[in-house]
Design a protein around this ligand. Structure first.
Ligand code: SF4
Length: 101
């Protein structure tokens, strides 16, 4: 296979080293770690293109998380989403609170 010839012999790809449990994890945190491991991979662009062409249903490919055949910015945790979103964080603490910190 041509893509495998691009990687130095004797050196395993990051996904091979880490294993499928990480790259196909249900945990968003572990998937983010897998994405980071992909960053230096010399096959990243081809891996991502191939996953898009195949419509990979899930997992991390080419440094992206796939859900239902397409890359998404991040995978949500299992469970029902919040009915009411959390209020936004304040941009700055009021002066009195900032001095107390
Ligand atoms: S880019 Fe593809 S081949 Fe490279 S480590 Fe990530 S999943 Fe493996």
């Amino acid at each position: 296979m041509q893509t495998l010839e691009l990687f130095p012999p004797g050196r395993a790809l990051p996904c091979v080293q880490a294993g499928p449990d990480l790259y196909f994890s249900e945990s968003p945190r572990e998937l983010e770690l897998a994405k980071q491991l992909c960053r230096p991979c010399p096959l990243r662009t081809r891996c991502l293109e191939g996953a898009k062409e195949r419509g990979e249903p899930w997992g991390v490919w080419g440094g992206e998380v796939f859900v239902d055949g397409r890359p998404v910015p991040f995978k949500r945790s299992r469970g029902r989403p919040r009915k009411h979103p959390l209020p936004p964080l304040p941009a700055e603490l009021p002066a009195a609170q900032a001095e107390a910190c």
